[in-house]
Design a protein around this ligand. Sequence first.
Ligand code: KG4
Ligand code: ZN
Length: 401
Amino acid sequence: MGNGLILGIESSCDETAAAVVERGERTLSSVVASQIATHARYGGVVPELASREHLRAIVPVTRAALAEAGCRLEDLDAIAVTSGPGLAGALLVGITYAKALAFARGLPLIAVNHLEGHIHAVLLHEKETRAEAGNAQGLSYEEAVVALVVSGGHTHLYRARPMNGTWHYKLMGRTVDDAAGEAYDKVAKLLGLGYPGGPWIDALARFGNAKAVPFSFAQIKPKVHLAGKAPRTKAAKTAPIAELDPRFMFSFSGIKTAVLRHVELHGMRAEAEARVPQVQAGARPPLTSEDALTLCSQPVLDLIASFQHAVVGDLMKKTFAAVETLGAARILVTGGVAANRELRARFTAEAARRGVAVAFPTLALSTDNAAMIAAAAWPRFVAGEFAGLDLSADPSLALGR
Ligand code: KG4
Ligand code: ZN
């Protein structure tokens, strides 16, 4: 074993990313090429465009990651790549490139589940902050933690347990339809805001009254998912749901419809349409209440604040129910939606009230990146769990059982 340098490659959705991480605990470089500009005008990720953009970006992004880390391909100990879940064509670009590099250099190839990557984003961040504070030694994981992965493609709740250096996962709950980030993106589109919607709603919600519109979440009925209905979204396919406890299940398609109904009922449609050119002209999520009011009327700001309050409240309710059931002392919250300010503040306050710890990744590590992939690969590298050169993309790869 050399220095424990792993090159991570990530291309599961709309970011092409490469990073070099040392021994799963020190980021030497992390480069992300976002395709937001490509997909923005469609209000969502267009799979064919995503593959094309990955093809364009993969080589320069990887070169930049190596250059920034100050290392050459021959200094690496392994290549790690996201093998799923995600868009098939997008995943294949990263996998094919990773295989070619591994084959050419005679390096081991490590397949990483994207969801496990998100969980390791928090662990990587924790290790780096401890190291900066000079007490890297104090970090040992023995107890089970509750991990909430909440992004544009996933809303999954896991019990994660470290055992002999590797992590084991049990799926506790997940969404039966849309992911939370997907609801953010759809509601933002409906209101004529920019893409992705999360940062817009995050910024605007601060200027609205969260109590203005009472949104509620219906209890997920066990029968609905015990009936073995076909899953409705890509996200829903990533794991079987029949045996999951309804207390830990999410559903975000209802609130999206409720927002739509509110918009129609209160004549907010015209205002939303009028906003589109303004947003397309390069407006950014507002920072002051004056800016927010230039972009949205007060009733729209109130609607946005109420939507976010309800979504965060529902994520909290189910996560803390899982914490209580397991008697867990720690929570990890990760994925694009974990960048949300209200989410961070309310999870932090509730965790403190209950005497449990909660950890988030940095904002850059919350959304898709390759440092988390290289970090998640480290325990597998140590355990010698390598993938063959016949590795292929698994768009609906599940994490844990
Ligand atoms: O993890 P990610 O980059 O990609 C997936 O694996 O899906 O997450 C992207 C999602 C998008 O739906 C985006 O709207 C949401 O994360 N997001 C946010 C925020 N920043 C990004 N949602 C709420 N608040 C934010 N600040
Ligand atoms: Zn992701």
